[in-house]
Design a protein around this ligand. Structure first.
Ligand code: TXA
Ligand code: MG
Length: 351
């Protein structure tokens, strides 16, 4: 299939994209978090095409994107008052809410679950696409299953060109990691995926909030409530290991940089291609040329925005081994470390 590529500023972009969505085709589009791979959420055939294009297991449900808060009542069978408070505070924005679903939402979109994930994105191009096409857009991240989520249209082209009808290029995204997911179907609200909106942000509105235990400490006996969280996601092709200071987890101590330098030397001696993930401040602590800068320490927003590009760059550099510093777990740091640990398959060396 020939994939049509248009900038969101091209005059025919939204007309073409809307027509494709209305006739059951797939369009990748920018959101404020990552690029999404969109199809008509109420058309089971479109959802099946999304799974096929991504190579994604079909038990992993899709998020339904809406342009107006009222649309929740068309899709959800019950909207708890506490969820309405969240919608008021954080929509449009990087928050996905899990509701009990109405029959109108096909099983093909929810992976057979009785619940539906809904998000109202703040990106103007995403809003415009939903409005002009007049469809609710089911959209997972627009990457091949298992690869890092796309933060630019080029990432989408790399993964999905020739497999989908169209890519809308709206430039680089703003946030760079996927939305926070909160389940409002239980007695106590539960965070199923950490993101830009943090536990503290949710607690301010809701009071008690839990985090799905399966995502705090991955354990083969615990099944994450968001099925997607169980897959080794976000992973570069090379083997990534995080080096962390035992006593001061957030600190990139001398012991951490020394251990990374030692590992680099040891692996290079074996003829391996090695890449170090670091920050501007710590760059000079490493003797290797092969570093990728994630941003400035303490600037979580910048690190989040650069993280997936950095993981993809490791693939471009054909890295066999990748060593990364650890990040502060406060605020967005929790979401960054969640993604980084998944990319590392939970491999951490404590020094
Ligand atoms: O920021 C985002 O959320 C991006 C943009 C495109 O909106 N989308 C995204 O979608 O990250 P995806 O499919 O890559 O991740 C959706 C996650 C998966 O982990 C999935 O298992 C979970 O949401 N999910 C979807 N529906 C669910 C449901 N009914 N119950 C529990 N988890 C659900
Ligand atoms: Mg994804």
């Amino acid at each position: 299939m020939e994939t049509i590529i248009r900038k969101t500023t091209d005059s025919d972009a939204f007309g073409l994209a809307s027509e494709i969505l209305r006739s059951g085709g797939l369009v990748a589009f920018p959101t404020e978090t990552v690029y999404g791979l969109g199809g008509d959420a109420l058309d089971p055939e479109a959802s099946k095409k999304i799974y096929a294009a991504k190579g994604r297991p079909s038990d992993n449900p899709l998020i339904v994107h809406i342009a107006h808060k009222e649309d929740v009542y068309t899709l959800a069978s019950y909207v708890p008052p506490a969820a309405e408070k969240l919608m008021e505070r954080f929509w449009p924005g990087p928050m996905t809410i899990i509701f009990n679903k109405k029959d109108i939402v096909p099983d093909a979109t929810t992976g057979g679950l009785g619940t539906v994930a809904i998000r109202m994105p703040s990106h103007p191009d995403a809003k415009r696409l939903i409005d002009e096409s007049k469809v609710f857009i089911a959209a997972p991240s627009a990457n091949t299953s298992g690869r890092p989520s796309p933060s630019t249209a080029d990432h989408v082209i790399e993964d999905l060109s020739g497999r989908i009808d169209m890519i809308l290029d709206g430039g680089a995204v703003d946030i760079g990691i996927e939305s926070s997911i909160i389940d409002m179907t239980g007695e106590i609200p539960a965070i199923l995926r950490p993101g830009y909106i943090t536990k503290a942000d949710f607690e301010e509105i809701l009071g008690e909030v839990t985090i799905d235990p399966a995502i705090i400490k991955p354990d083969p006996n615990l099944r994450p409530k968001a099925p997607g969280m169980k897959y080794t996601h976000y992973a570069p092709k090379g083997s990534l290991t995080i080096i962390e200071d035992k006593a001061h987890p957030a600190e990139v101590s001398k012991a951490v940089t020394a251990e990374i330098n030692r590992l680099v030397a040891e692996s290079e001696a074996l003829g391996k291609k090695v890449v170090v993930l670091t920050t501007a401040e710590n760059r000079s602590s490493y003797s290797t040329e092969n570093v990728i800068l994630l941003g400035e320490t303490g600037n979580g927003e910048e690190v989040a925005r650069n993280l997936y590009s950095a993981l993809r760059k490791c693939d471009d550099l054909e890295a066999d081994l990748i060593y990364s510093e650890a990040f502060n777990r406060d605020k967005y740091g929790g979401a960054i470390m969640n993604r980084l640990l998944k990319a590392a398959g939970q491999k951490v060396i404590l020094v």
